[in-house]
Design a protein around this ligand. Structure first.
Ligand code: HMG
Ligand code: MG
Length: 295
């Protein structure tokens, strides 16, 4: 059966804005996050404490956090790859982080400057340190379906990386289709290979137009947390072929039609996307935003 409720893990401010060519002013980012909370989001991935030279778009992480109007009941997780990042996050009162691993050797090198194996040397003390500080940890695995350099990613390789991350004490594992090459049958097979969908989330980029179909397959397989980005912005600076995430509006449109509750206000999301698109200087790639903003 399909779930009655789905948690949308909003990644627009992080995954969306990490990939913008021009640096977005910190006050625009802060307003974006506040508007997302106003639209009903309960989880807003806000920024990353990564190396500012690696991702200059998010070099203002500290300042952004200090400008947020945090609301009770809303979580504001941030990405943290290593102990230096954890130190920075803890100094700014972060209460949830996410580590982000690669399912492939090549992307581990390109995104983290580590190997498939040594990425865990980096994450282990981060997860342990965060849990000790009372901070929840989510984990991502990137390139779960395919990788631009290695082709299809073998399912057992994804499961091995994912289970190691869960074994460290991460509360949830988000399966990333970084370059959007996955298709619904592959999604079902991957989720089934984990044995249980209970701690899984899905993170689809819409490069090949498969994100909604893939999401539906994941829901049928028992997943109840879906990552999405308001306006459908996003991508990864270390995987050139990556384009925008599944748009939150497209997801909410489909879920509403299925009678699945998200607690999100679609009109407010569309208004926010339209507002952001003006600041970014280009229209939202989301079809639902385009259709509804013609109004
Ligand atoms: P490295 O060069 O190996 O770093 O990069 P290092 O550990 O050797 O440290 C070198 C120097 O950097 C040191 O300074 C550190 O202090 C400093 P020095 O001693 O030389 O003066 N440093 C830092 N400074 C500030 N904050 C930090 C930090 N870390 C080290 N956190 C590193 C390793 C992991 C840092 C680098 O590879 C990195 O920052 N990578 C991040 C890449 C990234 O953010 N990619 C996008 C996010 S992943 C994604 O989008 C996929 C996802 O959406 C899911 C999907 O779609 O699949 C999640
Ligand atoms: Mg992503």
């Amino acid at each position: 059966d399909l779930p009655q409720q789905v948690t949308v893990h909003e990644v627009g401010p992080r995954d969306g804005l990490q990939n913008e060519a021009a640096i977005v002013p910190v006050e625009v980012k802060a307003e974006f996050v506040d508007r997302l909370a106003d639209a009903g989001h309960k989880v807003i991935e806000t920024t990353s404490f990564v190396h500012p030279r690696w991702v200059p778009q998010l070099a203002d992480a500290e300042e952004l956090l200090s400008r947020l109007h945090r609301r009770p009941g809303v979580r504001y997780p941030v990405l943290v790859p290593n102990l230096r990042g954890l130190e920075r996050a803890l100094a700014h009162g972060v209460d949830e982080i996410a580590v982000f691993a690669s399912a492939t050797e090549t992307f581990a090198a390109k995104n983290l400057n580590r190997s498939l194996e040594t990425q865990f040397d980096m994450f282990e003390p981060v997860v342990a340190g965060a849990l000790e500080a009372g901070v929840r940890v989510r984990a991502y695995v990137s390139m779960c379906f395919g990788d631009p350099w290695e082709g299809d990613t073998p399912i057992p390789q994804v499961v091995a990386v994912g289970e190691r991350l869960l074994g460290l004490g991460c509360y949830q594992l988000s399966l990333g289709d970084t370059i959007g090459v996955g298709t619904p049958g592959h999604v079902t097979a991957l989720i089934d290979a984990f044995g249980s969908p209970d701690r899984l989330a899905v993170h689809f980029h819409d490069t090949y137009g498969q994100a909604l179909g893939n999401t539906l397959a994941a829901l049928w397989a028992g997943v109840t947390t879906v990552d999405a980005s308001t306006g459908g912005i996003g991508g990864c600076p270390y995987a050139e072929s990556a384009t925008g995430n599944l748009a939150t509006e497209d997801l909410v449109w489909m879920l509403r039609g299925l009678g699945i509750d998200t607690g999100l206000d679609l009109d407010k999301l569309v208004t926010t996307s339209t507002w952001l698109a003006e600041r970014l200087g280009r229209p939202s790639p989301s079809r639902v935003v385009q259709a509804l903003s013609k109004g």
